[in-house]
Design a protein around this ligand. Structure first.
Ligand SMILES: [Zn+2]
Length: 247
């Protein structure tokens, strides 16, 4: 086989498909007239070439289709897994909203009273119990914590156990000094409520600050965990009757 034959045979498939320039056609035909082997090769390609190319095409198409199907299947499965994970996470978060068991560990170092009552921290309480407790929190926040115009003794008289909380902005003590504050800020969060007919317990966490003339914090306490024991009096009003605070 001559060197030229190799070149011709590379071109033959294109020649058979009429996909070469006129010059190449002349070059190929010139060679074919003198080379029997290449002529036979050319005939074979012309006879079977198209079929061969179609076969290839259909096989390629099948492979492409199979890959597409596979990709769709994998994507579908991926979506199902992602959806399942999302549902799982949402479910877990929703469960933790109602059963915040992490709080048992979060506060376990606070004091013994947490360990004694930790089962109450692990469940936020029924909607009914939380309604009663929320009313008490709102009362404490709006009326008690904000009342900064009375002495500690007066507050105990007015508000009972809750009277320990309000700042006395007019406070002056010869030894400790003056509480030079203009106003106070506070927040109270209800963590859980567990209430029977006339008696119950609620865990709250609160922070409060006394703010001075230049906006500086002159006194405060932050993230104090407390267990408020509550009772319903003869008139049907709920009162805080004892308070235990975490260290
Ligand atoms: Zn040849």
């Amino acid at each position: 086989m001559r060197n030229e034959c190799n070149i011709i045979r590379d071109i033959l498939p294109l020649y058979a498909e009429d996909m070469v320039s006129d010059d190449t056609v002349s070059f190929v035909e010139e060679h074919l007239q003198t080379c029997a082997e290449c002529s036979v090769m050319c005939e074979r390609i012309k006879e079977g070439g198209i079929v061969m190319i179609n076969e290839n095409k259909s096989t390629e198409q099948e492979v492409v289709n199979t890959l597409k199907k596979l990709r769709k299947k994998v994507f579908k499965r991926f979506c199902i897994i992602v959806l399942a994970i999302c549902i799982g996470i949402v479910g877990l978060l929703a469960t933790l909203q109602v059963f915040p068991v992490y709080r048992v560990f979060q506060y376990s170092s606070k004091d013994d009273f947490v360990n004694e009552n930790k089962i109450m921290l692990a469940y936020i309480g029924t909607p009914g119990d939380r309604k009663i407790a929320t009313d008490i929190v709102n009362y404490a926040s709006i009326h008690v914590f904000s009342d900064t115009s009375h002495t500690y003794e007066e507050n105990l008289e007015f508000y009972g156990e809750l009277g320990r909380y309000p700042f006395d902005l007019n406070y002056f003590d010869g030894t400790i000094g003056e509480l030079n504050a203009l106003y106070e800020t506070h927040s109270i969060e209800l963590l859980s409520a567990h209430i029977d007919e006339n008696h119950g317990y609620m865990f709250v966490e609160h922070s409060q600050q006394a703010i001075g003339e230049n906006g500086e914090v002159v006194a405060g306490s932050w993230d104090i965990l407390s267990l408020w024991e509550i009772e319903k009096d003869a008139d049907g009003n709920w009162k805080v009757v004892s308070i235990r605070e975490g260290a």
